[in-house]
Design a protein around this ligand. Structure first.
Ligand SMILES: [Zn+2]
Length: 414
């Protein structure tokens, strides 16, 4: 026996070409794919450790470009004001595990209300203390006072602890200061709240909240550290400022106009649209009696978002998969793939958005997003044919991260 692991795949999805390869074997060394060869040429199980997935379809581990693993799932109240940082972190441990077991082996975690808790979760996962996906983390939100990343809804004379307001800024100089501290402090990516938010009390999703100078300061400062900026922007004006400032991605984009869509295509800026969470808010919010204002904003942005998605797809905008997990329960991330198909993508395109395109957005396409040689052996195996029905990915049979099996529901393994 040698140190190699051989993973036999009955069907392997080549996400780059959008085709299925039959009866192949992945040779894994040190957690990475060393070679993809015909199964007939693979070492016998007596010669090398073998994982037999010959009855399943193997897909590269899925990637969610917009998660919030830390803290409880969004409720009607003002976020993060009735929990300690420790509570937020402990529930984050469960959320990370649920996400990984759902087949999402990497996430770009776009912030926690308590600054740096997402960084600490990432570090615990990397150290092997906690089970979870590979994480890029934002650390906090760069936001205007009372903006979409601030804690809004309390009486104005209530003083909040500093870690809840770490990223609140009023000038480009303050933006540079916070970006610097976040990146020196261990964040991987910067999250700017460029417009109002659906879930913030009183927030107006169409209203810009950061100036173009502030957004440009974030992009320039982050670039000194080799980091990208993600801009939360529902409305067109905020998104246009962010695109001109050079952000890597627009998040949500639910009420973009045609000019903003054209600018995304022209600049090559990624668009990350969350659609499944709107369905969840509409159901859970009505059941649990959320504020009427929140439900109205959710309905309005959902309706426009579906149209924006179709226009962006037709315009050739780079669409990367992101769900805003934490707005809905973690682990249901794959349900959004069917939304992308409903809005015009083929199943192959939807899966590519959650693998190859997502990895490119994160600057990690040499590491994850495909099962080509050199990449981590991150994979999800399913019983059905995801190219025929993308919902097959909602029920993973087996999940592996770096060649280590983290979920195994194969009949023989039960
Ligand atoms: Zn978010």
């Amino acid at each position: 026996m040698d140190s190699r692991l051989v993973i036999r795949a009955g069907r392997l999805l080549d996400v780059r070409a959008g085709v299925v390869l039959r009866d192949v074997a992945l040779v894994v060394e040190d957690g990475r794919v060393a070679a993809v060869i015909p199964a007939a040429d693979a070492p016998a199980p007596t010669e090398a450790r073998t994982l037999d997935l010959s009855g399943l379809t193997v897909v590269p581990g899925l990637i969610d470009c917009h998660s919030h693993l830390v803290g409880y799932v969004q409720e009607a109240g003002v976020p993060a004001t009735t929990t300690t940082p420790a509570q937020e972190a402990f529930i984050g441990v469960a959320n990370a595990r649920a996400t990984l077991r759902a087949g999402f082996t990497s996430v770009r975690d776009l912030g926690s209300f308590r600054a740096f808790v997402c960084r600490d979760l990432r570090n615990a996962i990397d150290a092997g203390v906690v089970e979870g996906p590979r994480m890029q983390v934002a650390g906090a939100y760069i936001t205007a006072p009372w903006g979409g990343g601030d804690v809004v809804g309390l009486a104005p004379d209530i003083r909040l602890p500093d870690d809840l307001r770490f990223g609140v800024v009023t000038t480009p100089a303050e933006v540079r200061d916070r970006v610097r501290r976040l990146l020196i402090g261990g964040a991987d990516v910067i999250k700017c709240i460029a417009t109002g938010a659906v879930l913030t009390r009183g927030g107006v999703p169409g209203a810009p909240e950061l100036s173009e100078d502030e957004l440009r300061a974030a992009v320039e400062e982050a670039a000194h550290y080799g980091a990208f900026v993600a801009a939360h922007a529902h409305g067109a004006e905020g998104a246009k400022r962010a695109i001109r400032a050079g952000v890597r991605s627009i998040e949500h984009g639910s009420i973009l106009d045609d000019e903003a869509v054209a600018m995304l295509a022209e600049a090559g800026t990624y668009l990350v649209m969350d659609l499944y969470d709107g369905e969840w808010i509409a159901e859970a919010g009505r059941r649990e009696g959320w504020p009427e204002e929140t439900l109205r904003k959710n309905d309005e942005t959902m309706e426009t978002a579906v149209a924006v998605f179709a226009k962006a797809l037709a315009a050739g905008v780079r669409l990367a998969f992101g769900t805003d997990s934490g707005v809905y329960p973690h682990g249901l991330n794959a349900r959004q793939l069917a939304w992308y198909v409903r809005c015009g993508m083929t199943p192959a395109q939807a899966i590519r958005s959650a693998t190859l395109t997502a990895a490119e957005l994160m600057g990690l396409d040499g590491e994850v997003g495909t099962l080509e040689p050199g990449r981590f052996a991150d994979l999800v195996a399913v019983a059905g044919d995801p190219l025929a029905d993308v919902r097959a990915l909602e029920e993973p049979v087996l999940v592996a991260k770096g060649g280590t099996v983290v979920r195994d529901d194969r009949p023989a393994a039960r």
